[in-house]
Design a protein around this ligand. Structure first.
Ligand SMILES: [Zn+2]
Length: 377
């Protein structure tokens, strides 16, 4: 069987790590184009100035407009050309990172996440939006970022809600990788296949990816709560360091090389419900992880373990926790229809899943979550 595994060339995290950014720029040349929201630049301005002086490099600001759209990517690529920048830096949250990936097209790219809210920083894919902010397309590049550099002080000083959302995204990783392995389904690490017009062969995941996904889940249970408290206090502790690694590296490698399944597909379906729009990706994924566990009839012990974890760190366990109240069966069917379209990762489950199955699992997961919360009160 053909297998694939993909990862960044280097991952480094530490206190005040941004002061070492110049060292990594220097491995490509003397300058870099910085793609970042201006508020994020302000947060790390002193460290950027420090690293420029220490390593004798220039970081060129690009005035990023905030949207990962084709026109913005084109503008930034022109800017990089004009300044003859040998490398691109994506600093900030999802949009800046995705835009930097599109501008760099798989070459000479340094990613500096300023929050640990999702597992996107390490991946070789990005999501393009229209200028109006609507979904456009997925893009896959030949390589993952060259360097992922994480400054733990910056993460500790970001709002805790981001870190907790990142734990929600990381929570699904093991269960989705397990389902994908059990069904021998294909993983994103095998993409793009058929580059240069050839007919590509898709690939399944490796034992390595499944082991990382398992460690991702175990570390959440072990260090999640202490990390949350550390972040509330804006201090770096070993537990917070472990969770930053979990949210960004373990979950990132786990999802790309281990595979996605029902949890992310149902998450995508939930976008049909207006109420969910003010909740973060990882918050919704925490709930849809429970839905996947109900769908696959996981053991009560496992479901309770996940519920206890979610409640302990404040992750959603029922629909009302993600802004959905008084939902009708028809609305849930609409969610299920979106989750079950042909391209969705729900078909990586090791059994056929129908729209009715998804509706039933959402309803039951919601009730189990509500009950669990009541018991704890
Ligand atoms: Zn995710």
């Amino acid at each position: 069987m053909r297998k694939a595994f993909i990862s960044p060339s280097k991952y480094v995290q530490g206190k005040n790590e941004i002061v070492n950014l110049g060292y990594f720029i220097k491995t490509f040349g003397d300058s870099a184009l910085l793609i970042a929201h201006k508020d994020d630049v302000t947060r790390v301005k002193e460290k950027l100035e420090h690293t420029m002086v220490q390593f004798g490099v220039t970081i060129i600001e690009s005035g990023f407009n905030g949207e990962c759209s084709r026109s913005e990517v084109h503008r930034l690529q022109q800017l990089a050309k004009e300044h003859a920048c040998p490398c691109i830096i994506g600093l900030g949250g999802g949009k800046a990172i995705d835009t930097a990936k599109c501008v760099a097209e798989g070459d000479a790219l340094i990613i500096v996440p300023t929050i640990a809210a999702t597992d996107a920083p390490t991946s070789h894919s990005a999501v393009l939006y229209s200028q109006e902010g609507e979904f456009d397309d997925y893009a896959y590049f030949k390589q993952s970022p060259s360097v992922v550099l994480v400054d733990t002080n910056v993460i500790a000083n970001a709002p805790t809600r981001f870190l907790v959302a990142g734990m929600g995204d990381a929570l699904s990783t093991y269960f989705e990788a397990r389902a994908t392995a059990n069904s021998y389904s294909h993983v994103n690490a095998g993409l793009p296949c058929g580059a240069n017009g050839g007919v590509g062969q898709p690939a399944i995941g490796t034992k390595a990816a499944l082991a990382l996904a398992k460690l991702c889940y175990e570390t959440l249970l072990e260090d999640g709560l202490t990390a949350k408290i550390s972040c509330d206090s804006n201090v770096v502790t070993p537990a917070l360091e472990n969770i930053i690694e979990t949210n960004i590296l373990l979950s990132g490698l786990g999802f790309e090389s281990g595979g996605l399944a029902a949890a992310h597909a149902i998450h995508n379906g939930l976008t049909a419900l207006e109420g969910t729009h003010s909740y973060y990706h990882g918050e919704k994924v925490a709930f849809t992880t429970l839905v996947q566990l109900v769908l696959e009839n996981a053991s009560t012990d496992e479901i309770n373990e996940v519920l206890s974890f979610c409640v302990s760190v404040g992750l959603p366990v029922c629909l009302s926790d993600i802004g959905v109240t008084n939902v009708t069966r028809l609305e849930l069917l609409n969610v299920a229809q979106k989750a079950c379209i042909l391209e969705e990762s729900i078909h990586s489950m090791p059994f056929p899943v129908s729209e009715e199955d998804v509706v039933a699992a959402i309803m039951v997961a919601d009730l189990i979550g509500q009950e669990f919360k009541k018991k704890g009160e």
